[in-house]
Design a protein around this ligand. Sequence first.
Ligand code: SF4
Length: 259
Amino acid sequence: MSTFLFDKIIFGPVKSRRLGVSLGINLLPTDIKVCSFDCIYCECGRNPKKYEKKIVLPSRQIVQQKLKEKLEEMTTANQLPDVITFAGNGEPTLHPEFAGIIDDTIELRNQHAPNARIAVLSNATMIHKKDVFQALLKIEDNIQKLDSAFEETIKLLDCPNKNFNLQKTIDQLASFGGNVIIQTLFVRGNYLGETVDNTTEKEISAWIALLDKIKPSQVMIYTIARDTPIDTLEKVPLTKLNEIAKNLEKVGFKVQVSG
Ligand code: SF4
């Protein structure tokens, strides 16, 4: 039930289940979550019903300065990260200076940690913006969420804002031309009296058909690992995740499973 917010712009490094030793960048406020989805499993908790005060995001200049300081500190300690990851208290691509911040991050990475990858964990709601789309093409791990092929499941599980359109999102994901990793969180349980389960045969076959259109370089599948804001959700067993992975591998996808 208890969830948490990142209290810094630069956080970690942390050992990530999916990415290795990861230095995190949070482009959202440090005291409140801001996201275009409101996933019922979000480790940062649910979106506030109302924002009581003005949302203040860190400026491009501050992010650049803090990242530089941290990378210099890590260089001195001889502990450079495997990956620099944009994640944090919501959706990173909502930041209006996202594209410029990516350019700064690439420059700093090249100077201080040339072997580190740059990853963005995103929910794909801002990829219609040309500058966001182009910025995502410049990084190594462009990781976009697709939890179901059915709009009604996405509505139940991810609670997107009213502008969400699944068909448009799929078209935009396909236009990355394979330079995209799809991340899918599998979960079971119930919410508001409805059954939540994106692991059924119907769900999996429709989802694989969409992956076929998107042609991602990799598919990351995982389940809940920490507390979620809704306590009627259950982890999907590793055996089931492995079964889904096998189905994907059979049709040629590269898969990473985190149980
Ligand atoms: S997209 Fe990510 S940050 Fe946004 S609500 Fe879902 S899990 Fe949380």
